[in-house]
Design a binder for this molecule. Structure first.
Ligand code: IMP
Ligand code: MG
Length: 182
């Protein structure tokens, strides 16, 4: 892939953690795995807004079976960099996931409280199966007993932005994933 021009403003205290090419290579692997695991089903992938929208858009184009998408929006962070621990649904699901093969698509799992909340909430609709995909996971921060079925990259406890992930709602348009040095 030819290197595209970086988009957006990259401050001096940012450094690249994962490049656009590394992300795409990993998504191809995850897409193949999901294709094999879900062959013969018509899964619905649920993007968790806002951060998961680019990951979902790219991931589905590596999945070689029919699939549907939907979105849910939850909030646990406000504009802070630490979790408040309170998860709220800001935009509910549109689709009926009862009896469906569901993959929830998150940008990043930190404490795991968001995934735990989504697991409880969606299980109540009795899907045929409920799996979780996340582009990034910070295992050292995760305090909940959750199962992540598809993980792009495990990272250290650093605040990251770009490729859909925000810093106070900005920087989602950066093509690579960056660490902010404080
Ligand atoms: P958790 O509920 O603590 O696992 O937090 C998950 C959510 O917090 C993610 O979906 C992100 O929206 C946000 N988040 C956690 N860590 C970061 C980060 O390093 N950069 C940007 N957003 C983050
Ligand atoms: Mg999120």
């Amino acid at each position: 892939m030819t290197k595209k021009k970086q988009m957006g403003i990259v401050p001096d205290n940012y450094s690249v953690l994962i490049t656009e090419d590394e992300i795409q290579q990993r998504l191809e692997e995850l897409g193949k795995k999901i294709t094999n695991d879900f062959k013969g089903t018509n899964p619905i992938l649920i993007g968790v807004l806002n951060g998961g929208f680019i990951f979902l858009a790219d991931l589905i184009r590596y999945i070689d079976i029919d699939l549907e998408i939907d979105f849910i929006r939850i909030s646990s962070y406000g504009n802070q960099r630490e979790s408040t621990g309170h998860v709220k649904v800001l935009k509910p699901l549109s689709a009926d996931i009862s009896g469906r093969h569901v993959i929830v698509v998150e940008d990043i799992v930190d404490s795991g409280l968001s995934v735990q909340f989504l697991d409880n909430m969606m299980s109540a609709f009795s899907p045929a199966q409920l799996k979780f995909a996340t582009l990034l996971h910070k295992p050292s921060k995760t305090i909940t007993d959750i199962t992540l079925d598809y993980v792009g990259f495990e990272i250290e406890d650093k605040f990251v932005v770009g490729y859909g992930l925000d810093d106070q709602q900005n920087k989602r348009n950066l093509r690579d994933i960056f660490v902010i040095h404080v």
